[in-house]
Design a protein around this ligand. Sequence first.
Ligand SMILES: Nc1ncnc2c1ncn2[C@@H]1O[C@H](COP(=O)(O)OP(=O)(O)OP(=O)(O)O)[C@@H](O)[C@H]1O
Ligand SMILES: [Mg+2]
Length: 249
Amino acid sequence: MNTTTLTRTSTALRLVDVHKSYVNGPDAVFALRSVSLEIAPGTFTAVMGPSGSGKSTLLHCAAGLDSPTRGNVVVGDVTHAGMSADELTRFRRDHVGFVFQSYNLLDHLTVAENIALPLLLAGRRPDPQWQAELVTAVGLEGKEHRLPGELSGGQAQRVAIARALVSRPTVVFADEPTGALDSHTGAQILSLLRETQQRLGQTLVVVTHDAVVASVADRVLFLRDGCFVGHLDGATPAEITARLGELRS
Ligand SMILES: Nc1ncnc2c1ncn2[C@@H]1O[C@H](COP(=O)(O)OP(=O)(O)OP(=O)(O)O)[C@@H](O)[C@H]1O
Ligand SMILES: [Mg+2]
């Protein structure tokens, strides 16, 4: 086997028989049931499904923000199932980026400091050239010294995207990144994510309820009741909406 073949068969993210249940009083909620899937490096994947189908749980378990009850998660060549809380923290800093619907910026830090934070927390020295490139890529030139309170929602989400990319992670995860924005700003943030994903060859996994957002992805994964129930490649918004309709019925 030559190296080209090895590269082609490698995966950025692999879930093997992942289960996640939550204890809810006397009951258990089975949020993920035996999910197995693979995501190729450099691709843009959307995750869709009805509310409560396990999309956020899937992202949290894949990104090491939460641990599966059972099964394996492999990011790049690192298996993080079974890690301790400290090991998971280090794993997240080194291997994943996360964009939340609510931005999650630190209010007392400037735009530049928020972007560099994952590197500083990991004891790594920020590369000024890479940071400047990212600030330009997300359209925040001249706003490096502003505080989050002086930014619009769209600008705050641009900071969060640059922060997710700064450590050159194996996978960037985003949970409804345009959900808190008006449709025009949401569309701008979506094109920004798509352009930077393609330019940097960044593997990107985005949870969304929006068929137009999902239609920009290379592949759409569908969840129902915690199960992975299939995918569509290069689908139109109409095809995605039709599949979602079937899942809800
Ligand atoms: N911390 C928790 N404790 C108990 N149950 C939880 C917890 N987090 C999620 N759940 C349950 O797990 C299931 C999946 O939730 P999840 O948040 O992953 O769904 P989702 O597909 O992201 O939904 P939405 O589209 O509304 O964001 C739901 O039944 C939810 O109530
Ligand atoms: Mg969710």
